[in-house]
Design a protein around this ligand. Structure first.
Ligand code: SIN
Length: 343
């Protein structure tokens, strides 16, 4: 009996952490006819094939897989996003599951990662990963990115840090990271803060902590979100016009994110039209098309006069995610603004 118990204990001690890989598609699961072609199709390879390309993964973790979708991330819709968040929550609620890795297209990875950062409640690691070169490319980056993502998900240091994005040897916080280049393998940057850490051939090093609320201490919870409201992003430019604002209102948008010029500045007729939208009960958030830096309140625009909110330093895509989630809880402008300062 004693020998049996010792063997059992040794088995438990030696057991690799159980990590689930949820696959959604993207370039990491894409392939092309030639190793040297920029023409390819994202989301064609199944999760089993992805893992087979990296046999070394078995040294890091016991891995289970599920295919959530197999799409280019430009096709990600609210239904798939909600399904992904619900499945992640259900898996992490199981005591034997150590962490979840989500393979995802890079185009909208920052949006999905931030959504899960806001609504999934767990201290266990949740790691997004993708690739800039498809699986058939010469020097495809997917296999090493996947190896590094599993290493981070299996590492205790990744606990309690919110949703992470692992790309090109860097570990980023979901709130901070964005795609900054259309094709380069080092496309992912945390422009305002820098990354949280690095991961080189599975060696994990953290140097920073996220300071904003996320996952386990978020007031938002996937368990109570049934659907997401319409929030549109409007991109500002010279000689702008308010036509798209009218279209957003006609289509029933509850919120508008303005990707404004510089510090969230607006063309005069656009400013007046957005003020009219607020008067009709639509929430307007000033963000910026610049890509980094915060929107000051007030700036050249007097937000108090127009009842505009500002996105702090969230880019328009992330501001849209936060506003959609926040609108499932309240329409009170003061509370909504506070969320933009806390999350
Ligand atoms: C996509 O986002 O699905 C296509 C691009 C990529 O994954 O790099």
């Amino acid at each position: 009996m004693r020998a049996f118990l010792s063997l059992l204990l040794m088995g438990v001690c030696w057991a690799k952490p159980l990590v689930y890989v949820l696959a959604t598609g993207g370039t990491i699961a894409g392939n092309s006819a030639s190793q040297l072609s920029s023409a390819y199709k994202a989301g064609t390879v199944g999760v089993g094939t992805l893992l087979k390309a990296v046999p070394q993964l078995k040294n890091l973790a016991a891995i289970q897989t599920e295919q959530i979708s197999n799409i280019g991330s430009q096709e990600m819709d609210n239904a798939t996003l909600l399904k992904l968040a619900r499945r992640t929550q259900a898996l992490l609620d199981r005591p034997e599951v150590h962490g979840v890795v989500i393979t995802h297209g890079t185009d909208t990875m920052e949006e999905s990662a931030y959504f899960l950062d806001l609504v999934v409640h767990s201290k266990k690691p949740i790691v997004f990963v993708g690739a800039m070169r498809n699986a058939s490319s010469l020097s495809a980056d997917g296999p090493l990115n996947l190896y590094n993502a599993i290493a981070v998900a299996a590492d205790k240091q990744a606990q309690g840090k919110g949703v992470l994005v692992v790309m090109d040897g860097c570990i980023h916080a979901a709130r901070e990271v964005s795609k900054t280049n259309t094709t380069h393998t080092d496309a992912f940057k945390s422009l305002n803060t820098g990354p949280l850490g690095s991961v080189l051939y599975g060696q994990v090093h953290f140097y920073m902590q996220p300071t904003r609320k996320h996952t386990f201490n978020s007031v938002f919870n996937i368990a109570s979100i049934k659907s997401l409201p319409r929030v549109d992003i409007l991109y500002a430019h010279e000689n702008d016009n308010p036509d798209f604002i009218q279209a957003a209102l006609a289509k029933g948008a509850l919120g508008i994110i303005s990707a404004g010029m510089g510090n969230g500045n607006l063309y005069p007729s656009v400013l007046q039209s957005l003020a009219g939208a607020v008067a009709r009960g639509v929430v307007v958030v000033r963000s910026s098309r610049v890509g980094s830096g915060e929107i000051t309140q007030p700036g050249e625009i007097n937000d108090a006069k127009y009842n505009f909110l500002t996105s702090d330093n969230l880019n328009p895509s992330k501001a849209r995610i936060l506003l959609m989630v926040a609108l499932t809880k309240t329409q009170d402008l003061k509370t909504l603004q506070q969320y933009f300062l806390e999350y």
